[in-house]
Ligand binder design. Sequence first.
Ligand SMILES: O=C(CO)[C@@H](O)[C@H](O)[C@H](O)[C@H](O)COP(=O)(O)O
Ligand SMILES: [Zn+2]
Length: 197
Amino acid sequence: MDFQQRILGHFNASIDTKTYASEVLPPFIEVASQMMVQCLVNEGKVLACGNGGSAGDSQHFSSELLNRFERERPSLPALALTTDTSTLTSIANDYSYNDVFSKQVRALGQPGDILLAISTSGNSANVIQAIQAAHDRDMTVVALTGRDGGDMASLLGQDDCEIRVPATSTARIQEVHLLVIHCLCDLIDEQLFGTSE
Ligand SMILES: O=C(CO)[C@@H](O)[C@H](O)[C@H](O)[C@H](O)COP(=O)(O)O
Ligand SMILES: [Zn+2]
């Protein structure tokens, strides 16, 4: 097998997916950033969740808000719901893995907060339940999805924002999700702290 060709195939597929995504996603990313800025200005916070690579994305996003992205600025309030193993294991053990995020949303979410719900398929049951809990708490939802948006897409209301990557491969969708997260961080900083290069 020609591994060099295989590697090039991954790079080219990733580039093509990003090029196609760049033609459809920017308006949705802008809206999502404005939702987050409004939330933060009103002293709200962003809760983030997802499974596997999307759990990593949740933590990546929250650390860039809590610590910093590319400039010096005050810490911003965000929390990944994927990191507290005692909470995650006890909820999964006593109730169901489907409840691991929703129970945290019900405890920590306040009206005006945002849930960043990340799923490449849009069909992860625990993320879907987190969206339902967020709506119950009068929160809005920014959903990063892919494929056909899955069941998550049909759950979202008009105050929510879905950023759906037009691709079918989980890996390719995740690669665009990370780019979207960096766009969101940059746009939040621009809107809150002024223009930088
Ligand atoms: O990173 C990967 C695959 O690239 C995996 O860990 C992947 O995130 C997991 O299979 C997730 O459980 C997939 O969930 P979802 O994106 O469909 O919500
Ligand atoms: Zn992955």
